[in-house]
Design a protein around this ligand. Structure first.
Ligand code: OOG
Ligand code: NI
Length: 464
């Protein structure tokens, strides 16, 4: 009997993302509506495009196509961040990438906890975009000290969540009953609390410093602030949101609509104003409101090499010099036009993109390649030219700082623009996290290189 066998980290992550989805739908009904819309648009897209359907059937699980791909939280202290890292590790999620959002007027820096291997991503790609508040960017020293003191007192993890994390670390995993308990306990950290842990005055002061400071400091825990299902047609969902009674952000973030999708496109509905109550001096509660929670959708494309990413960043900046998207949507069409125009400069066929070294591809043998044995190794381009090897885009699994800033901004309220001096501090972030973040480019390059190796090995196997 295998009663001591552990549940896999992938299974714990799947159970966790399912539990989170259910909790969030119950907490934020508009999110449930968005999920319905996404499921409908995905179904329509699949029934109108048999080739797409076939391709997805081969590579993804069609029944899970509309499930959540990521969520986001904002943490208050280094200790919270390093414990969060240990908790996510139990679910096979590791910190990849460093995102500095100070340049965009948001006082946080971030990473994404996500599965890394190909198999783990395929099993369940759920990621959590995790930001750490940077009180060092807040000018008011007194307020900064008060915020620090409030954060120091709170405990965002249940004792059982901490204990089970330690157990998983010691034993190398969790058995079924413990894994179930772990998911239930960790879920508590992400739950919404409609009773603030500060008074209305303090909330106002934090809010005046920056809305995000109020969101992090005023509550008992880092409530999940959005979840993000995958859509097969982001433009359609964006256009249909108003019909479903939800208000979309002004523009879709990321690259424009293309034949060959690259990186990540995302949009959201604007955060809702929700009732909360604040402590009053007499020990009672005072009614108020807070705006933080929303729903998002994403559509992913090819992972770009540093060269491709450089081109992407340049073209995006070019288009934003022509039109900077306004929060109220008044120049949305003009922005889309400028974006499409600028991206004329980015090749839109897989072959051209590959030839120019702009993207990462996964190589595999064609039918002809499988029937062929070569006396020695040859370069991959000539193998493609001879029809022995094919290439497919590697999907981008990470995030984009400019897009993330756009998502933050549109959900902090439209008047929230604020300037900070750009001050990326990856070293500090990693010291707080307790480990270095993984480099996303190394990851894609590794997948590409392994696929080339395996083609070459198979083609020369009989001879070697
Ligand atoms: C995170 C916003 C960034 C994304 O998808 O780029 C993000 C937040 O609002 O906390 O989730
Ligand atoms: Ni997001």
């Amino acid at each position: 009997m295998k009663e001591n066998s552990f549940v896999s980290a992938d299974d714990i992550r799947s159970a966790f993302s399912a539990a989170m989805s259910q909790m969030y739908r119950e907490e934020v009904p508009a999110y449930g509506t968005l999920m319905e819309l996404v499921a409908k648009v995905n179904a329509d897209t699949l029934s109108a495009d048999a080739t797409l359907k076939e391709r997805l059937e081969a590579t993804d699980s069609l029944d899970r196509i509309s499930e959540e791909r990521h969520g986001a939280i904002r943490l208050g202290t280094p200790a919270e961040l390093s414990t969060m890292r240990r908790v996510f590790a139990v679910m096979g999620m590791y910190p990849v990438g460093y995102y500095d959002l100070s340049t965009a007027g948001v006082p946080v820096h971030s990473t994404a906890f996500r599965p890394v291997g190909e198999a783990a991503l395929k099993r369940n790609p759920f990621r959590v975009f995790t930001s750490l508040l940077r009180l060092d960017l807040i000018a008011d020293e007194r307020l900064r000290a008060e915020a620090e003191a409030i954060l120091k007192e709170r405990r965002i993890f249940t004792p059982a969540a901490i204990e089970l994390t330690g157990k998983a670390e010691r034993d190398g995993g969790l058995a079924k009953a413990d894994a179930d308990r772990f998911v239930a306990e960790v879920l508590e950290t992400f739950r919404w609390h409609d009773k603030a842990s500060v008074g209305a005055d303090m909330y106002e002061r934090l809010h005046d410093a920056h809305r995000l400071v109020a969101d992090v400091v005023s509550f008992k825990g880092p409530h999940i602030n959005h979840l993000t299902p995958r859509t097969l047609d982001i433009d359609k969902v964006q256009a249909l949101m108003p019909e479903y009674g939800i208000a979309p952000k002004a523009v879709v973030e990321g690259p424009p609509t293309r034949k060959c999708p690259i990186l990540l496109r995302q949009t959201s509905f604007k955060a809702l104003e929700e009732p909360v109550s604040f402590r009053d001096a007499g020990g009672g509660w005072k009614a108020g409101s807070h705006t933080a929670r929303f729903g998002e959708i994403e559509q992913r494309g090819l992972a770009l090499t540093p060269k491709g990413r450089g081109l992407y960043d340049r073209l995006l900046e070019e288009s934003r010099k022509v039109v900077r998207p306004a929060a109220d949507g008044s120049n949305a069409r003009a922005y889309e036009g400028a974006l499409a125009e600028a991206f004329q400069g980015f090749p839109d066929s897989w072959a051209e993109i590959r030839r120019a070294g702009l993207g990462y591809f996964s190589y595999s043998l064609t039918e002809k390649g499988r029937q062929t044995k070569l006396p020695g190794r040859r370069d991959i381009d000539s193998l493609i030219a001879d029809g022995l090897v094919r290439f497919d885009p590697i999907v981008y699994e990470d995030f984009l700082p400019v897009s993330a800033a756009g998502i933050f901004q549109s959900n902090l309220g439209d008047g929230a623009q604020q300037e900070f001096v750009a001050s990326p501090n990856q070293k500090r972030f990693e010291a707080d996290l307790g480990v270095a973040v993984l480099n996303e480019f190394d990851h894609y390059a590794g997948i590409e290189q392994a696929s080339i190796e395996s083609c070459l090995r198979a083609l020369t196997a009989a001879v070697a």
